[in-house]
Design a protein around this ligand. Structure first.
Ligand code: BGC
Length: 415
């Protein structure tokens, strides 16, 4: 009996001793909770699990990631940050300024990320010349996802101009469906706003959203943008308030709505539902923005972790930048790869278009950070804009008042 007990104690002790050498773990905070997003995340989970790294999931639902960033603040304040955090643009820089992020220099140098990640992304993946985040993808926000049957019933021609868009929306309305599938959440309103601002021209997008020129923010062109937002609102159903973006995608997938203005993560939902581009749905750039792209890149920002987890953190970063992973993940997610050297063979037509559009826009100086998704300005300015855009969309401000309020709110947020 005693022997047995000692034997059990010994083997328990051995297991406990041996465990840390192979129980590598990453705790990952993210907001990929919709069907398409979860399917894409699974590609990363499986990749790491195959390497013996355990995945501790910390999902915080809420498109655009605002809720995730609030949860992150609580963890960092408590002195217990996760290993890796899904983050966007200026949020990464803001965290880096706090001095709490990790250092991926070792793996980035070994794998020469400098040569394969475009400068527009590196601007956020690096701080003070050091790699602090591993970019997973490039999404863009100026897309329209159209139900093919609904489009055929509305004349069959995908709209290329604002006027053509209105004709199609009117036809869809006459056909008895909700022309636009939309969810009334500030970030979703802002996603449409991104596209409408860009449709006024790239100079205007740059002046207003990137350079925050007060004249552009408050001027006549901005009033025209708000007028267009107001016009689009007429085609949204009465129950839109608070609806999640993926439920709006589902309306289009099911033919209850005609189209959705949304970033290409929406494609992940169509694919997850078994739909095919060209057959079941059509992807086009928001009318008037052809050739230009407003982008956002999901990156896994790394936090300082103890030595025990450092190895797993670097393995995760390396797995993310693996070209085969970049292809497999982004095919499912709806985005383009973050690396420029990933072949487009595995991508569907919308994915191929996303990759070609990005390269072309970049070459022509028509690639801009998305305001709605944290790539044009720090969160304080973004949130100030969200507030005005949403108040206007909900009818609390007319277009002239909204343009004036936008310039004021941005000036106050800039401090
Ligand atoms: C992220 C996407 C995500 C979307 C909706 C965006 O800000 O970049 O990866 O799918 O929000 O949750």
């Amino acid at each position: 009996m005693r022997k047995l007990l000692i034997g059990t104690m010994l083997s328990t002790a051995l297991t406990a001793y041996a465990a840390p050498t192979f129980a590598e773990e990453v705790e990952v905070l993210h907001w990929w909770t919709s069907g398409g997003e979860a399917a894409a995340l699974d590609v990363l989970k499986k990749n790491l699990e195959a390497q013996g790294v355990t995945w501790k999931d910390m999902p915080v639902a809420g498109g655009g990631g605002e809720a995730a960033m609030t949860a992150l603040r609580a963890r960092v304040t408590a002195g217990n940050p996760p290993t890796a955090v899904q983050a966007l643009g200026f949020d990464i820089t803001d965290w880096a300024k706090q001095g709490v992020v990790g250092d991926l220099g070792e793996v980035a140098a070994k794998e020469n990320w400098d040569a394969v990640v475009p400068a527009a992304l590196q601007a956020f993946s690096k701080y003070d010349g050091k790699w602090i985040a591993a970019p997973v993808n490039v999404h863009s926000t100026n897309w329209v996802w159209i139900n093919k049957k609904a489009l055929d019933a509305a004349g069959g021609k995908a709209p290329e101009t604002w006027d053509e868009l209105i004709v199609v929306l009117d036809a869809m309305k006459a056909n008895g469906i909700s022309p636009i599938g939309h969810g009334g959440q500030a970030w979703q309103d802002a996603t449409i706003f991104d596209a409408v601002v860009l449709s006024q021209g790239t100079d205007f997008y740059k002046a207003s959203m990137i350079d925050l020129d007060p004249a552009a923010l408050s001027g006549e062109q901005m009033v025209a943008v708000f007028d267009k937002m107001g016009k689009l609102k007429e085609y949204v159903d009465a129950d839109f308030s608070g609806r999640d973006w993926n439920l709006a995608s589902a309306m289009v997938i099911e033919g209850k709505a005609g189209m959705q203005f949304m970033g290409d993560w929406a494609k992940g939902e169509f694919l997850k539902a078994g739909q095919k581009p060209g057959t079941d749905f059509v992807c086009i750039r928001f009318p008037g923005t052809q050739g230009s792209v407003t982008f956002n890149s999901d990156q896994f920002m790394m936090f300082q972790v103890g030595d025990a987890n450092k190895g797993a953190q670097l393995k995760m970063a390396s797995a993310i930048e693996d070209p085969a992973f970049q292809s497999a993940f982004n095919v499912v997610k709806g985005s383009a790869p973050a690396r420029t050297d990933v072949p487009n063979d595995a991508f569907d037509d919308c994915g191929k278009k996303a990759m070609a559009d990005l390269a072309e826009a970049d070459k022509n100086g028509k690639l801009f950070g998305s305001m709605a998704h944290g790539h044009a300005n720090p969160a304080a300015v973004k949130n100030a804009m969200y507030d005005v855009i949403t108040r206007h969309f909900n009818g609390e401000l007319d277009s002239a008042a909204a343009a004036a309020a936008l310039a004021e709110a941005v000036a106050a947020a800039k401090g």
